[in-house]
Design a protein around this ligand. Structure first.
Ligand code: PNW
Length: 479
């Protein structure tokens, strides 16, 4: 194969998540999730908004499929709203057939359109009732059982037509943003200016551990009961920024940059591929980091059929000399966007944490491939916001050259990682199909390749970047 092509069956498409696009939050029998609750707390969402309407995809999903078709997408990654299917969430609670039907219809239509559905079981919207009942993720026994039950309901309902399952989206975000910083639902943190619940030094590590165990238990169930018939693959999606040392000549910064990768990616991927947490985490966190029982290790180790990779940006890491703070989650380094020479890692976007640095994508694909024995990788999210995009009139916003260039550069980096570095990457989903509810940033930050006019009835308009993604992959996959 030439160095500038991809195989014809390379799985490319676009991604979304339930709470960010569906709306119909109080319709069709859906129960509340922790995000419905979180959005009601004043000050938590930048524009005071919520996902009540969002892109209204609960009603307009056929239109969304038409968009995917018009772009020639091979795949669509979406997530299930757990509380739409089981409004109270638990294994003894009633199912909501109307919710289940919604996802069955969606999958049926996708398959008819020859678009491969990639289903994320959990993209952050935990049923509120489970949080109220036993504290959600913090109760290992109850939570794992309820999650596995929910997974089983979905395997049964969609399994015959779905061959790509993602157990969790970005457990790092659920743990750190949800239980350390408190920026995401349910907003736990030790920072008492933000919340009076939480313990940033212990809870994130317990939450991460319990999610890993729940992931492993769902995979075990899938393999034992469904895989032979359904012939699908299952894995977890992890986020991770690439890291560069703040001072490339300082070995302490080089080590800190590596530690940051271990604290964000290795935290979840090491147990899955190697059977335990990275030693750098054990050294710093001691007994605050849970230990795997033998039974848990067996569930978790070897539980990925593929590695789901979400990737957006890179950071410079500067080591900290003092002992790590109890609420540190970075491996005792400072996360910076400028290096020692004052050079920025990339241009600014609308998201403070995101600056394009495409070469970091290639490097991180290589890092993951090397560390974990060349797993099959699906890039399950990649994309960017654009500074000031929400202020632009729609006619300007749809000509999103900054985002077009981002995709050109990142897709080129992916092709190089695959064809020159030997990374086994087999799919790519751009984030996101639609401008949508961008969590704590509300609707102020747009990530879509399709513009959504939130003031005018959620009208959709294709942006230039959608065509760039589509044209680039169409060209690459033709060979
Ligand atoms: C991902 N950070 O989240 C999510 O999977 C999407 O739902 C989200 O819309 C997308 O990226 C864009 O933000 C992240 O602060 C959110 O480092 C925040 C961070 C990383 C990922």
């Amino acid at each position: 194969m030439s160095s500038t092509t991809l195989p014809a069956d390379f799985l490319w498409g676009f991604a979304t998540a339930s709470y960010q696009i569906e709306g119909a939050a109080h319709e069709g029998g859906r129960g509340d999730s922790i995000w419905d609750t979180f959005c009601n707390i004043p000050g938590k969402i930048a524009d005071g908004s919520n996902g009540d309407v969002a892109c209204d995809s609960y009603h307009r999903w056929k239109e969304d499929i038409e968009l995917l078709k018009s772009l020639g997408a091979k795949a669509y990654r979406f997530s299930i709203s757990w509380s739409r299917v089981i409004p109270l969430g638990g294994r003894y609670d009633p199912l909501n057939q109307e919710g289940l039907r919604f996802y069955q219809d969606l999958v049926d239509e996708l398959v008819k359109a020859d678009i491969t559905p990639m289903v994320t079981l959990f993209h952050w919207d935990l049923p509120q009732a489970l949080y109220d009942r036993y504290g959600g993720f913090l109760d290992r026994e109850e939570y794992v059982k309820d999650y596995v039950h929910f997974a089983e309901v979905m395997f049964e309902a969609l399994g015959p037509k779905v061959r790509h399952w993602i157990t969790y989206n970005e457990p790092w975000c659920s743990s750190i943003l949800g239980y350390s910083i408190g920026q995401f639902a349910p907003g736990h943190t030790s920072d008492c200016t933000k919340s009076n619940v939480g313990n940033s030094s212990t809870e994130p590590w317990i939450v991460g551990h319990n999610i890993l165990v729940a992931h492993g238990a769902a995979v075990k169930l899938y393999r034992e009961k469904f895989k032979a018939n359904q012939q699908g693959q299952i894995g977890i999606t992890l986020n991770g920024d690439w890291t560069e040392p703040w001072d490339a000549n300082d070995p302490a910064d080089v080590a800190a940059a590596q530690r940051k990768l271990e604290f964000s990616i290795g935290w979840f991927a090491d147990p899955i591929y190697k059977g335990d947490y990275p030693s750098s985490m054990r050294d710093q966190l001691g007994e605050r980091l849970p230990r795997f029982t033998e039974e848990e290790r067996e569930l978790v180790q070897g539980s990925n059929d593929f590695y789901g990779m979400n990737h957006y940006t890179a950071d410079y890491i500067k080591h900290l000399s003092d002992t790590a703070r109890p609420d540190d989650f970075s491996g005792n380094g400072e996360i910076l966007k400028d290096n020692k020479e004052g050079v920025s890692i990339g241009p600014e976007t609308q998201s403070p944490w995101l600056r394009p640095h495409a070469i970091g994508f290639r490097k991180l694909l290589g890092w993951i491939s090397n560390r974990y024995g060349r797993p099959t990788i699906y890039v399950t999210e990649n994309g960017t916001s654009v500074k000031g995009e929400s202020q632009l009139p729609v006619e300007q916003a749809i000509h999103d050259e900054f985002r077009c260039q981002y995709f050109r550069d990142y897709i080129e980096a992916l092709v190089q990682a695959r064809n020159e570095d030997g990374v086994d990457v087999q799919g790519y989903m751009a984030w996101s199909l639609l401008d949508n509810f961008e969590w704590a940033e509300g609707y102020e930050t747009r990530f879509g390749v399709v513009y959504v006019d939130f003031a005018r009835n959620q009208e959709r308009r294709v942006k230039d970047s959608a065509k760039v993604v589509a044209d680039t992959f169409t060209r690459l996959c033709r060979g």
